[in-house]
Design a protein around this ligand. Structure first.
Ligand SMILES: CC(C)(COP(=O)(O)OP(=O)(O)OC[C@H]1O[C@@H](n2cnc3c(N)ncnc32)[C@H](O)[C@@H]1OP(=O)(O)O)[C@@H](O)C(=O)NCCC(=O)NCCS
Length: 168
């Protein structure tokens, strides 16, 4: 586990991500993923390095954005989002420019200190400045921390996706 703690008295600072953040973001995300019960069909070979490569590719694509929380030079949280003009199905609604936040993560040692709140509010400002009509967040409904975070930030849950496993 690569989780690091914050030196006492230092408040995490939020900044826009850069390509150098792909590796530490990947490390935090992969470790968190490994602690989750397996919901899929297992990991691909080289999953850890593939995750870092994917984050790097995302960082190069200008429709994506990311912010990190740093304490000193230690990365203690991240948020990944994107902005795009989404088509709707069936295609009878006017396409709208929207932002989607795909992931927010804060290391355990600095949770409940407002770090995710600061990341989310920075992302919302980013989306507003980019002309998005709204921001969508994706989270698992059995995650009370995520549910409470989004609700508190003014996100109203509207669509649920349900899953039924066909494995014994
Ligand atoms: C969810 C997560 C990002 C919250 O980060 P955080 O920095 O602790 O969040 P904040 O301190 O900004 O909390 C904001 C509000 O969210 C709610 N909240 C956060 N963690 C909570 C928890 N464990 N239980 C209940 N509510 C919680 C609270 O309402 C909190 O406000 P309060 O502390 O004034 O009561 C963090 O727990 C995390 O990284 N979890 C693992 C990854 C994850 O689940 N990500 C979300 C899915 S995208």
């Amino acid at each position: 586990m690569t989780e690091r703690s914050t030196p006492p008295g230092t408040e995490p600072a939020i900044r826009r991500w850069s390509h150098r953040d792909a590796r530490p973001i990947g490390a935090l995300w992969f470790d968190a993923y490994m602690r989750e019960p397996d919901r899929g069909g297992g990991l691909i070979p080289n999953a850890r390095s593939s995750l870092v490569d994917w984050i790097r590719d995302r960082e190069r694509d200008r429709s994506n954005f990311g912010y990190v929380a740093e304490s000193g030079d230690v990365l203690v949280g991240f948020l990944l989002g994107r902005i795009g003009v989404w088509d709707f199905e069936p295609p009878i609604l006017r396409p709208r420019k929207l932002s989607r936040i795909d992931a927010v993560f804060v290391v355990e040692s600095v949770r409940r200190l407002g770090v995710a709140t600061a990341l989310v509010e920075t992302a919302v400002q980013h989306a507003r400045a980019a002309g998005a009509a709204g921001v969508e967040a994706v989270f698992e409904t059995d995650n009370p921390a995520a549910e409470a975070l989004w609700r508190k930030r003014g996100f109203v849950a509207g669509v649920a996706r349900a899953y039924r496993s066909l494995r014994p």
